[in-house]
Design a protein around this ligand. Structure first.
Ligand code: 4FD
Length: 220
């Protein structure tokens, strides 16, 4: 999977190159190409924004600068996603769907806004990570990259993906490790029994019980 990120703050993406995503990048399973929108400014002061037509506070990112940055992407086919509070809410089903694309281009805006004409011209989907406002689309873009990467074959260990598909639409069952007794609380007996079928059934029941108690909406 190739991710292109159109942003004014490429340095913000350093943390996502760590850990599991970092390993996937090293293995060439994932590529993250950061494109600094400012590099496409034709202005001698590298200015990318201007005052809004019609007046009002703040500034608006120019459409030509964003369009030139977009045109620098060489991928033959890429789905362009604009991260915004007005977008369709991201969920696990959408994440799985996006993981089947060969290339995703994430456009990160700021509250000041991007000229509507370039959004209408290049954006395929507008996505929100939840009903709250952030200072920029960079953190939502990282949330999307991280969640999508988990669905790319060989990014996670086989065990974790298999486990997850088993418990579809249920929350995870509780986990225990040594010691067998902690602060007077013992590990559930069934987990020490070595009886795999009983353990599997217990875990399924626990997953259902926890989902009913914490997220009843998931069962409806
Ligand atoms: N909930 C989200 C995305 C971006 C963002 C921005 C218009 C604000 C929250 C376009 C308004 C981008 C989200 C930047 N805040 N802030 O996914």
């Amino acid at each position: 999977m190739k991710f292109n990120v159109l942003t004014l703050f490429p340095e913000m993406f350093e943390p996502i190159k760590q850990s599991i995503i970092g390993k996937a990048i090293e293995k060439n399973i994932v590529e993250i190409k950061l494109i600094n929108i400012r590099d496409f400014s034709k202005d001698k002061h590298k200015k990318v924004d201007d005052t809004p037509y019609g007046g009002g506070a703040g500034m608006v990112i120019r459409p030509d600068v964003v369009y030139d940055a977009y045109k620098s992407i060489s991928d033959s086919k890429t789905k362009v996603i604009f991260l915004s509070p007005q977008g369709k809410r991201l969920n696990q089903k959408k994440v799985e769907e996006l993981s089947r694309e060969q290339s995703l281009t994430l456009l990160c805006g700021h509250y000041e806004g991007i000229d509507q004409r370039v959004l209408d011209k290049i954006v395929d989907e507008e996505i929100s990570i939840g009903d709250y406002v952030l200072t920029g689309g960079e953190i939502p873009a990282m949330v999307l990259i991280d969640s999508v990467c988990r669905y790319i074959p060989d990014v996670l260990s086989q065990a974790s993906t298999k486990e997850e598909s088993f418990s579809e639409n249920l929350l995870e069952y509780p986990q225990y490790t040594r010691p067998e007794e902690f602060e007077g609380v013992k590990v559930p007996e069934v987990l020490l029994s070595g009886h795999h079928e009983n353990i599997e059934n217990w875990r399924k029941q626990e997953a259902i019980r926890i989902t009913k108690s914490k997220r009843p909406d998931l069962l409806k």
